[in-house]
Design a protein around this ligand. Sequence first.
Ligand code: UDP
Length: 374
Amino acid sequence: MNAKKNTVAIVGAGFSGAVIGRQLAEAGFDIEIFEARNHIAGNCYTERDKETGVMVHTYGPHIFHTADEEVWKYINKYAEIVPYKNRVKAIYNDSVFSLPINLHTINQFFGKTFSPKEAAAWIESKADLSIEDPKTFEEQALRFVGKDLYEAFFKGYTQKQWGLHPSELPASILKRLPVRFNYDDNYFNHPFQGMPKNGYTEIVAKILDHQNIKVYLNSTFDPEARSNYGHTFWSGPLDAFFGYQHGRLGYRTLDFKRSIQEGDAQGNAVINYTEEKVPFTRITEHKHFAPWEDHEKTVLYHEYSRSCEEGDIPYYPIRLAGEIKMLETYEKCAKAIPNVTFVGRLGTYRYLDMDITIKEALVAAKTFLDNSKK
Ligand code: UDP
């Protein structure tokens, strides 16, 4: 009889692993978390930049936003969340525009002073209404904003971000962005939005701070070791669990070029560069994610997107037809493995915002606890 049968193994110490670990620990289970990196919090990891003192989002900006009250309450138990609205600017053709596309963007772009109604009618006159059921990113854009705005704000950026023409990408990617016929420039629609006062690493550390939870950093978990545990939650890459035997699921990875300046470099946290000729997608200036702090210097990251190769950090799942087919094969394999639950962005190969990740982790924990009572 193995001594660890009452222990649950969790692979990955990001939000998925931490939330599941905490829920199970509170129910009396012993939890061992194996994290391959030398830190917790996954891609939400934040730390103070040594040179500037600015809290940096090491793997790119994360703004907390949700419509789910349960998740909002959950996160607020572990952190002080300061109200924060993400307001993104775009540079195109030597001008600065407001994103997401709103009345200001439309009026500035077309040199008009439209009211909401006039703007809506104008955009409708530009939209390609012959596209009834948009399937691709390009069709979705042409249908809802028309060619001019599509080419200015979406085409180049998307080509850089995904390495593919928007006609090859699904419409779902664009559906994440609203179009507004008023001057609301809040990037997100959700009622609850904010930024953790002391960063995300502290939240994850607090979630993990329970006597029944042990975290092992710099520790890869051999899937074979699952037989030593009562159950395993795997938030690592789904294909890695199976030794990539059916191929590698495609991801985009990001490179960040760091630079330092005095004072305020761009006056905003995020500025997108939507033209294809500019090699980076956006510049993020992280001190603006914490406007309640004061720093003399500022740290900037130019963000470049490229195909994720072996050894790179996976960010965005690509999910084109080829990947979906491979995903289905892996999902079949996953179903056949007893006592293992695949969770999170990498474990389920989906683009997941933090709030959805937390929600799904709470559900996964509850399902496990309900089953274990039976
Ligand atoms: N997008 C774009 N232009 C922009 C911002 C976004 O074309 O200025 C497209 C792009 O394809 C991107 C998608 O819209 O992948 C979703 O944007 P979001 O800001 O949600 O991307 P994320 O923050 O997840 O990188």
